[in-house]
Unconditional design. Structure first.
Lengths: 252, 332
């Protein structure tokens, strides 16, 4: 039996009259490769926001390794090992790639409040950030301002910042969204190379990627969990094909 | 062969080191002392404005907190040393600076805890209102503050018990202001190059992401705001001590807007923008006011519009662009 890493119970969220999450119960296991799919507006990003504490649920609970974290701040959850990337880049655009990752690493190492020693003297932070950039093949861009990078590489920085937090759980919100086809392989390679021990929840529209990467798939429709299962089960599920795959295919 | 990323790591590791040109402002300030002995009163005002702008740069340029009420802290410091000197006989200058920093810092902390929950326009309004509140308190608490007339003719003890403030030529005042500025500058410089400063920059660049990497954003902002308020308080205290008076002008919107203009003109988030901006603004103001006593504000306004339209990063931004072009040309 594998350990449950992250779990929600009866999670609900309303924006006014709009129910964006309705009794959502999802389980992510240690080392999982879990995909969350569903049409636009299904509530996938909202679920990530609820898991990370960016949003508060109207009802229900979020458990991390059995601990109730529903009322913890984002910072508290990051400390316990939850990290995420954003569907739309949220980077420190005016700073270099190295600085972007430095900020995350310094935060994790607990040195980010230090006021006297120069940031540049923290060789440990710089070295860790650099090593991370190397594994993501971003080291050549370390000195460039993020705003100057091609979009695909900016998406890699998104992932680098999250990995700088050394998470137990990584929530990837459409990591390849907006990346031109020719560049998308760099994102896919990075995802494929993620350390085994991290539990990964990935929101993704590219079905090839989902079926290649995921061991477990959850389908969300209109704020509800519509189906769950292995890729083979989901592929064979007629309702899913009708509701989601069908419409996605129709969308082109 | 050097590994990829090495250059970037070296650049980050060397960022805080002093560069040769950083000595220039101080050399210039000393040179001005000897070259313009009759302008030292004006020079003292410039130094005070630099310190005030520097304090603003910490919150606005680095942490990205846009405030219209920073004179609240300048005024708090100015009134603190004035009241202490007039009513409590506490006229020793250096301990007066400490008192001013503590009072202004405390006001910064309390108001920061409340108002840094807001952002953008709302924040602008609350900072403005906080300042107006203090101004009105100073106006109404006439028994202590002298109300509308303020407190003229204050007397302060010699610095270190030796150097007497000089009512005619402002020599001691100028050097005193310069020394205080130097100490505060070294502090601010260390702060912005520290991991704390880096995280403030992160907050400015992307608050959402800062939360997502687990930063206690609110706490960092309050700390930065408090330090900035304390520094502004020191600037205000030096103002009162060197001019020997204090009145409501230290707390007004004019002063708050003025320092904002100084910083934008010089270039914010750049440490030296405060220096360049203060000198440029005040020299411009001085010369224009002499040449066109009635219409000088028009000239300032035009300069500002030009800066806002064509040089978003102020005078230092222009210098950076030129230097970048020069390098490109040399490289090609
Ligand atoms: N802050 C918000 N306020 C109001 N409605 C929102 C907000 N965030 C998302 N929504 C709405 O909630 C629904 C789900 O959004 P989202 O979680 O982004 O879906 P997905 O990521 O699956 O495409 C959408 O209809 C969206 O318009
Ligand atoms: Mg989404």
């Amino acid at each position: 039996m594998t350990a449950v890493l992250l779990e929600t119970r009866g999670l609900c969220k309303n924006f006014g009259a709009l129910e964006v999450a309705r009794e959502v119960g999802i389980r992510l296991e240690a080392g999982a490769r879990h995909a969350l799919i569903g049409p636009n507006g299904a509530g996938k990003t909202t679920l990530v926001n609820l898991l990370t504490g960016l949003l508060r649920p109207s009802r229900g609970r979020v458990l991390l390794r059995g601990e109730d974290v529903t009322h913890l701040t984002q910072a508290g959850r990051v400390k316990r090992g939850i990290a995420r990337t954003f569907q739309i880049n949220q980077l420190f655009r005016g700073l270099t790639v190295l600085e972007n990752v430095y900020i995350a690493v310094a935060e994790r190492m607990g040195v980010a409040s230090s006021m006297i020693r120069p940031a540049g003297r923290r060789r440990d932070v710089i070295d860790q950030a650099l090593r991370l950039l190397e594994t993501l093949k971003l080291a050549d861009d370390a000195g460039r301002r993020v705003a100057e990078l091609p979009y695909g590489r900016q998406r890699l920085v998104e992932i680098a910042i999250a990995l700088g937090l050394e998470p137990r759980v990584l929530l990837l919100d459409e990591p390849a969204a907006g990346v031109p086809g020719a560049e998308s392989h760099i994102i896919l390679d990075a995802i494929a190379a993620l350390p085994d021990e991290i539990g990964v929840l990935i929101i993704e529209h590219d079905m090839d990627l989902v079926f290649r990467f995921a061991q477990q798939i959850t389908v969300m429709v209109s704020g509800e969990i519509f189906a769950e299962g292995t890729p083979t089960e989901i592929a064979a599920n007629r309702d899913v094909r009708a509701v989601y795959l069908g419409s996605a295919a129709a969308d082109g | 062969m050097t590994p990829p990323g090495f250059a970037a790591a070296q650049a980050l590791a060397a960022r805080h080191r002093f560069k040769w040109w950083e000595v220039l402002p101080w050399v210039a300030a000393i040179a001005a002392f000897f070259l313009f002995p009759t302008y030292l009163s004006f020079g003292t005002q410039v130094l005070i404005t630099i310190l005030f702008a520097l304090s603003l740069d910490l919150v606005m340029g680095y942490a990205g907190i846009v405030t219209l009420g920073h004179a609240a802290f300048f005024g708090a410091g100015a009134y603190t040393v004035g009241i202490l000197a007039l009513h409590f006989g506490w006229n020793e200058p250096l301990s007066g600076l400490v008192a001013a920093a503590v009072v202004a810092g405390a006001i910064g902390f309390v108001s920061g805890v409340v108002l840094l929950r807001t952002q953008g326009l709302a924040l602008l309004m609350v900072t403005l209102c906080t300042m107006a509140l203090l101004e009105e308190s100073a106006n109404m608490g006439a028994a202590y503050t002298g109300g509308f007339d303020g407190m003229p003719g204050l007397e302060f003890a010699p610095i270190f018990g030796v150097f007497q403030f000089d009512p005619l030529f402002f020599r001691a005042q100028y050097l005193y202001a310069l020394a205080v500025l130097l100490v505060c500058f070294v502090l601010v410089r260390a702060l912005v190059y520290s991991p704390f400063g880096e995280s403030l920059t992160g907050i400015r660049e992307n608050v959402l992401r800062m939360h997502a990497v687990g930063a206690p954003v609110q706490r960092r902002l309050v700390v930065a705001y408090t330090i900035s308020a304390a520094l502004a308080g020191v600037a205000g205290a030096v103002f009162t001590q060197t001019t020997a008076f204090v009145n409501l002008s230290v707390l007004g919107l004019d002063r708050a807007a003025g320092v904002l203009i100084v910083l934008i003109l010089g270039g914010y988030g750049r440490l030296y923008g405060a220096f360049v901006g203060a000198v440029a603004y005040m020299v411009l103001e001085h010369t224009l006011a002499k040449a066109y006593p009635t219409a000088w504000q028009l000239g300032i306004g035009i300069v500002l519009i030009v800066v806002a339209l064509y040089a978003r990063n102020g005078i230092l931004g222009i210098a950076e662009t030129l230097r970048g072009r020069l390098r490109m040309r040399r490289a090609s």
